[in-house]
Design a protein around this ligand. Sequence first.
Ligand code: NAD
Length: 226
Amino acid sequence: MSSPVRVLLIGAAGRMGRSVADLAKADPKIDIIAQCDLGDPIEPAMKNCDVIIDFSQPGAIPEVCRTASNQRKSLVIGTTGHSQEQRRTIEKTAESVPIVFASNFSVGVNVLFWLTRKAAELLGQDFNPEIIETHHKMKKDAPSGTAKTLAEVSKTVQKKEIPIQSIREGEVVGEHTVIFTGPGERLELTHRAASREIFARGALRAAHWIMGKPPGLYSMQDVLGL
Ligand code: NAD
């Protein structure tokens, strides 16, 4: 068996960080060799890792990208809510190291991205899309990164602005519905996440996949071959 992928986990004390660490304990192919949270120095923690998994906050990205680029380390970025400038930093960093950047690591949501593109193509201009997303009250960004990706997917085909409604309530892990309303009919596609483990599992899958890849910006669709 090849040696495990050595991971530095950033945002380790958060909800997603803890979920990734728990799942990795049961995965002999993943070794979390270092963990950082707010205030921990990232540079020394990165030295011996193969891949960095980031589930923190957008403000971490300049330091994470600069250090990963200097040390030529692969990145799996799950954090959402980046500004335009922060996204440009990620794109620039991907010129020197491989990065998987995904607003949602679940297999189901990535199939939803695929289905949304297909539905927009098949339904055409007579149908108007809209998106409703619901998350727990602690979620900091709105709309969710997943809702923005769904809107981008649909807009690429239909060239229309897509309204997004964001609901923050209770403990909801994540729900996304894409609605296409046409003359006399309506099509709805819904994904409901029951546990954060689905995102953690996808991020670990991306950490395996990225090993040996050339520099570039990859999506979870690339990882899944969709
Ligand atoms: P959280 O608030 O529970 O955890 C974030 C953690 O990051 C905290 O422990 C915080 O102290 C730490 N942190 C903040 N700034 C930091 C910095 N500069 N350096 C290091 N650590 C820092 O949030 P969460 O629910 O775990 O979500 C984390 C991120 O992941 C959010 O952006 C969320 O939207 C995103 N998310 C993505 C997916 C996906 O599939 N891509 C799924 C769920 C959540």
